[in-house]
Design a protein around this ligand. Structure first.
Ligand SMILES: [Zn+2]
Length: 383
């Protein structure tokens, strides 16, 4: 059955399909000859994806690292007693996953929710930034995403269920294409990121995964082209992946200062960042001195954070941000315990942070950064 629409625009998001991940590899050159490097947004996917969906900086949409200090609004007080139980019992990955699921259900969170390794004894000091489903209208903490616009303009569109597998997401999109009613589609593919974290960007398993994407996307294009006179495909990503070469134990360095958590300072440790809230001058001084002694990273200045669009109202995500150098991770951190080969969340100036945009048509909007994917999507959907 021919489509009621003349044109179908598909934006396929492949998490962590970095410019440097693609370098030296062959991936859909014939089908997607227009290729651009995009500057990433500083932060993890929890910051980059909202920026892609809205064209806004983290300062504007207020999504950055998942956890931030906010004892007044923390929904996690009921979990604090778990901090009294032996760590071997409550801190195993599987147990934390079960608790995360229960919390998500109890609070009605529709976004991606994971407790990671935030210590239970301090969890009542923190709030979480992704309580809502980013891929729905109204999904952002502030501002509008592409789905707000698509709904308002009544554009018939398809969006993947990000909780589902890549295979199911492809099948669901194909089914909508065959129906011929949609004009715009956002296809979400997440497993490249997990693979790159696990095996690193040099691994032959990455070549295998790319070959699989190529096969699946070629087949998707064939289905689309048999139902629509014009099919426009843009494959994009949020960031790349650096290869990890150094671990630093930032937590011990800070804990050795003899300061009291919550009385003197509050800290949370992401894989590449230490974020601090300082309650008095002596804590500020001691922590700053300790961070200056750490050779594998640096404190980001206020000016730099402002330039990166990561200066938040009320210092929401930390008053002092320490960022590790590319390839350096903080171990242990509040994000994970497992050894890992690849990591992202470094400075956007690092080439391994660069994202990609691969298209079968010249993008009309001259994109240079991942926030421009939003403007490209608007142009493609005509909203
Ligand atoms: Zn990742």
């Amino acid at each position: 059955m021919p489509s009621s629409q003349q044109t179908l625009s598909i934006v396929c998001f492949i998490d962590a399909l970095g410019w440097e991940v693609l370098r030296g590899r062959s991936f859909m050159e014939d089908r997607l000859p227009v290729r651009r490097k995009l500057r990433s947004t500083f932060g993890f996917s929890s910051a980059c994806v909202p920026s892609i969906l809205s064209g806004l900086t983290p300062r504007e949409h207020r999504h950055w690292s998942f956890f931030y200090y906010s004892p007044e609004t923390s929904p996690f007080r009921p979990l604090k007693p778990l901090g009294w139980l032996p760590s071997g019992l409550v801190d195993r990955g599987r147990v934390r996953n079960q608790i995360s699921k229960a919390v998500k259900k109890a609070y009605g969170f529709t976004g991606y929710f994971q407790l990671y390794n935030i210590p239970f004894q301090h969890i009542d000091k923190f709030d979480y930034c992704e309580k809502k489903d980013l891929f729905r209208p109204g999904g952002l903490n502030r501002g509008e995403n592409i789905f707000d616009l698509l709904e308002r303009e009544r554009v018939p569109y398809h969006v993947s269920n990000w909780r589902d597998s890549e295979e199911n997401n492809l099948a669901a999109l194909k089914a909508d294409i065959v129906r011929g009613e949609i004009r715009f589609a956002f296809l979400y593919m997440a497993s490249m990121d997990a693979l790159l974290h696990q095996v690193g960007k040099e691994s032959p398993l990455v070549d295998e995964k790319l070959a699989w994407y190529e096969q699946e996307l070629t087949s998707l294009l064939e289905v689309a082209e048999s139902h629509y006179p014009e099919v426009r495909l843009h494959v994009c990503s949020d960031h790349g992946m650096a290869t990890v070469h150094t671990h630093i134990d930032l937590m011990s360095r800070i804990e050795a200062l003899g300061l009291v958590f919550d009385r003197d300072y509050v800290a949370t440790y992401d894989s590449t960042m230490g974020r601090f809230w300082l309650k008095n001058e002596s804590a500020r001084h001691a922590i700053t001195e300790a961070l200056l002694k750490e050779p594998h990273g640096r404190i980001l200045s206020d000016e730099e954070l402002q330039e990166l669009g990561c200066d938040f109202e009320g210092d929401q995500y930390g008053q002092l941000i320490f960022l590790t150098n590319p390839g350096v991770i903080i171990v242990p951190s509040h994000m994970g315990l497992k050894p890992i080969t690849g990591m992202h969340g470094y400075h956007p100036d690092d080439p391994d942070s660069d994202a990609s945009l691969l298209s079968n048509v010249e993008p009309s909007t001259n994109p240079g950064a991942i926030t421009d994917i939003f403007h490209l999507m608007r142009a493609e959907a005509g909203v």
